[in-house]
Design a protein around this ligand. Structure first.
Ligand SMILES: [Zn+2]
Ligand SMILES: [Zn+2]
Length: 354
């Protein structure tokens, strides 16, 4: 896909907003340069290739990974220019050759996992989240901060009718990754779960654990988030590094803060497991073997997800009628949404309405 226009000034942006795009063109919020504001541009509408579908975007969640992609924060960077966004919701408007299940008019979700190779040792052993040659939406392929997005049929999710477009968007990454983190934390039936950090992903995961009968303790510095945790049914809510009122069977670290690893490990009961949910974590300080790991405490990371994780999570989310707290922005204000996310000003999950 190629960009067709240069940076638009304010008056051009306004006229762009009012008029529908020229035939074959779409509006998109584009990362042209790392660390610079997103630019509203007109791009060619992509056409779906073999096995792919074209989705008319209605909403797209805004994830911390978008922020890091747009800033070029990590050693591995997307190729410029690119369209971020990997929680896109919309209707299928065209299908490529060989598409067999999805039809025009279906509502689908376009997630982070855009492609896996299917033949590496990880794909062949049911661990496609660890694929050696994966592609990701809004990173390797253009994402959902645009009026149209292309996805491989096999990686798009059918969506439960229980949720509207804005509600379901954050489930696609924040929800699915949190769900995988919960699996990785090996929470036993009726167990005691500690949650460190309580943002978009954690508030969804907590509800899944509670619905499964867990006792949930939330540790976060934000008073608002502590209140939300208690409203949702957490047994306790304390400061980020506070000791929970009882030993934990399992814990999930959502905050990207390595200094919370030692207190979270120390809070585990014998045999407990701490899963780190984030794609990024600041440095972990030195651990004390006896205090933090001995007695078979485990420390695990979480890397992406399998499609099966996504399907299971969406079904469970619909069954327990997960409450999703969202803050909407028009697509033209994508850059504002990213800034608010960076400055921790979004209470809930930010979602662009396209
Ligand atoms: Zn994400
Ligand atoms: Zn693979």
């Amino acid at each position: 896909m190629s960009s067709t226009t240069a940076v638009l000034d304010q008056s051009e942006k306004k006229s762009l907003k009012r008029e529908s795009p020229a035939r074959g063109k779409m509006h998109a919020a584009v990362v042209e340069q790392f660390g610079k504001p997103l630019v509203l541009q007109e791009w060619d509408i992509p056409s779906p290739g073999a096995g792919q579908i074209l989705v008319k975007t209605e909403a797209c969640g805004v994830c911390h990974t978008d922020l890091h992609a747009a800033n070029g924060d990590w050693p591995l960077k997307p190729t410029l220019p690119f369209i971020p966004g990997h929680e896109a919701i919309g209707l299928v408007v065209a299908v490529g050759s060989g598409v067999t299940i999805v039809k025009e008019g279906d509502r689908v979700g376009v997630p982070w996992l855009a492609h896996t190779c299917g033949i590496c040792r990880f794909c062949l052993s049911g661990r496609e989240n660890l694929c050696l040659r994966p592609r990701f939406t809004g990173w390797d392929v253009d994402g959902g901060y645009a009026e149209y997005v292309v996805v491989e049929e096999a990686y798009a999710y059918a969506l439960p009718a229980e949720f509207d477009d804005v509600e379901v968007a954050p489930l696609l990454c924040a929800g699915i990754i949190g769900y995988r983190a919960l699996l990785r934390a090996e929470l036993p039936e009726g167990g005691r779960l500690g949650i460190y950090g309580f943002g978009g992903s954690a508030h969804l995961t907590a509800q899944v654990a509670l619905a499964r009968g867990a006792r949930v303790h939330v540790m976060t510095r934000s008073r608002e988030a502590q209140q939300l945790a208690l409203q949702l049914g957490a047994a306790s809510a304390g400061d980020a590094d506070a000791a929970p009122p009882e030993p934990l069977d399992s814990a999930i670290l959502f905050a990207p803060v390595g200094t919370l690893v030692p207190p979270a490990l120390a809070a585990l009961d014998r045999g407990g497991t701490l899963a780190i949910a984030g794609i990024y974590l600041s440095d972990i300080p030195a651990l004390d073997y006896e205090q933090h790991l001995f007695e078979e405490r485990s420390l695990r990371s979480v890397t992406a997800n399998t499609r099966q994780n996504g399907e299971e999570f969406l079904a469970e989310a619909a069954r327990i009628r997960l409450q999703v707290s969202t803050v909407s922005y028009p697509m033209e204000r994508a850059d504002q949404a990213l800034r608010d996310l960076r400055e921790d000003r979004v209470n809930g999950a930010a979602v662009l309405v396209v």
